[in-house]
Design a protein around this ligand. Structure first.
Ligand SMILES: [Cu+2]
Length: 223
């Protein structure tokens, strides 16, 4: 039993308790429980207030997460453009975002993956405000090249994604020795802002409020 909400008995036995997974509400546990003896019956009003406080905390947490998820930095253009075909390999790939990117070393990764999982980035990416530029080696086989990026936005959020371009005529280049694992770009950051368990915890807490309220009304509390 987690310490948080444990002294009250408003939830049915075995009812899931959200506390251990909720960063937004966990720090409140100490304050809410401090010095309170276990209560039964007459403590319902304060219990309802407690649960409401938790619900509000969770809801604000959800709203906050959703807001920042929608405000994330996004790729707005690139050179070569996404899905472009080029006859000769570009000397650089330039990624332009709609917000500034943090420029410190090792915060940003760009990996160019060509046919057969070969890598073609020519060095570390450099940042100029909202532009990230990575040098490209002379390309080799004709085919599709995927440019995967993971950058750290100036607002502190990582942003991942991918563009692709097609080399239509083979070049003479050879791939880089593979030192950087390609970033996982299968789930763009913007789609995963709020982990599923946050929604589940929110739903459980809301259900808990319903139960507590029903118990309180059903128990004949006077007004
Ligand atoms: Cu962000």
């Amino acid at each position: 039993m987690p310490p948080f909400l444990a002294p009250t008995v408003h939830t049915p036995p075995g009812y899931p308790q959200p506390a251990p997974h909720t960063p937004s509400s966990a720090p409140r546990a100490g304050r809410l429980d401090k010095g309170r003896p276990p209560r039964v019956g007459g403590g319902c009003a304060s219990g309802v207030r407690r649960v409401l406080a938790v619900v509000l905390a969770v809801l604000f947490g959800l709203i906050g997460s959703a807001g920042t998820a929608f405000a994330h930095n996004q790729l707005v253009s690139s050179n070569p453009a996404d899905k472009a075909s080029v006859e000769t390999g570009p000397a650089t790939v330039e990624l332009t975002f709609d917000q500034a990117v943090q420029g410190s070393k090792d915060l940003n990764t760009v990996v160019i993956v060509g046919p057969g999982d070969t890598q073609w980035q020519g060095g570390e990416p450099t940042v100029s405000d909202n532009k990230v530029t990575v040098p490209v080696r002379e390309l080799g086989p004709a085919g599709e090249y995927r440019v995967g990026y993971q950058i750290l936005s100036a607002d502190g959020h990582p942003v991942r994604g991918e563009i692709r371009f097609t080399l239509t005529k083979a070049g003479n280049g050879t791939p880089a020795e593979v030192t950087t694992p390609a970033p996982d770009t299968t789930t763009p950051e913007s789609g995963g802002g709020v982990p599923v368990w946050v929604w589940i915890v929110g739903a459980v807490v809301l259900l808990g409020v319903g139960v507590v309220t029903a118990m309180r009304l059903g128990g004949g509390s006077t007004r």
